[in-house]
Ligand binder design. Structure first.
Ligand code: SF4
Length: 250
């Protein structure tokens, strides 16, 4: 259909740019000016359409904090499950409410929607502004629903680097792993957004680290939808996703 998307195998959704965190390493910068989320029905329809033409192997939802809008997240994952996408992941900081009943309800919604991997952001940076208790509770409720959940920390200068942030991250991970939660690779902080602004004392730790989310625009493996519906050089609120894909030029 389009030579630049011949290798397309993954879909990503930035569900919202709103966030409950104010992380000093956030590559997206300050979230305070944002509101709203992608339209769940339009996003689900786009998933269904793309899967009619491409063999999509994985889909991920993230933000901002995606679980501020769990109905939208679940509409997307339900469409992914129905379309036969095998790997259906969400990255969340786990903090969208302190209400225990709501936490349980959202964990149940995620299980029903077919999410099959939760990556939970737990580290020194997230826990500077996000309390650990509701995050722990969410992790426990998600596990009780049978959802595979792994911790996904951000490392400064690499997993083995020695600095106060990584030391605090290791302490937090131990707290969670004592409860039986596994630890994924996580990611290494790269020079973008808040990291450039608030971690200037550590610039040498990440100056040479490439943005892992950047792709060659001439050979895209992943289709990334923004919270305002934009994708590639179009917008699903204005055009059919298949037309957007067909018309894409780097
Ligand atoms: S790193 Fe994640 S949790 Fe922290 S401010 Fe950015 S989007 Fe929010």
């Amino acid at each position: 259909m389009n030579v630049y998307l011949e290798k397309l195998e993954r879909i990503e959704f930035i569900v919202t740019m709103c966030c409950t965190g104010k992380c000093r390493h956030c590559s997206e910068g300050d979230h305070s000016a944002y509101h709203g989320h992608i339209d769940g029905a339009a996003a689900a329809e786009a998933v269904t359409e793309v899967c009619r033409h491409y063999n999509i192997k994985s889909l991920m939802t993230f933000g901002g904090e995606p679980l501020l809008f769990p109905g939208t997240v679940c509409a997307i994952h339900s469409a992914a499950a129905k379309a036969g996408i095998g790997c259906r992941e969400i990255i969340t900081n786990g903090y969208f409410t302190k209400d225990k009943a709501r936490i349980a309800e959202v964990a149940h919604m995620l299980a029903e929607s077919g999410v099959n991997r939760i990556l939970l952001s737990v580290d020194a940076f997230h826990q500077e502004t996000i309390p650990a208790e509701p995050v722990e509770l969410f992790a426990e409720r998600a596990r009780a629903e049978g959802l595979p959940i792994e911790l996904s920390p951000a490392w400064l200068g690499g997993r083995d680097a020695d600095n106060p942030y990584n030391a605090e991250t290791r302490r937090l991970l131990e707290r969670f792993s004592e409860k039986g939660f596994g630890i994924a690779d996580g990611n290494v902080i790269f020079p973008k957004g808040n990291a450039l602004k608030y971690l200037s004392d550590y610039t040498e730790s990440f100056a040479d680290i490439a943005d892992p989310y950047e792709e060659d625009p001439r050979q895209l493996h992943s289709l990334c939808f923004s919270a305002d519906g934009s994708v590639l050089k179009g917008n699903i609120y204005d055009n059919d996703i298949i037309d957007i894909i067909r018309d894409y030029r780097p």
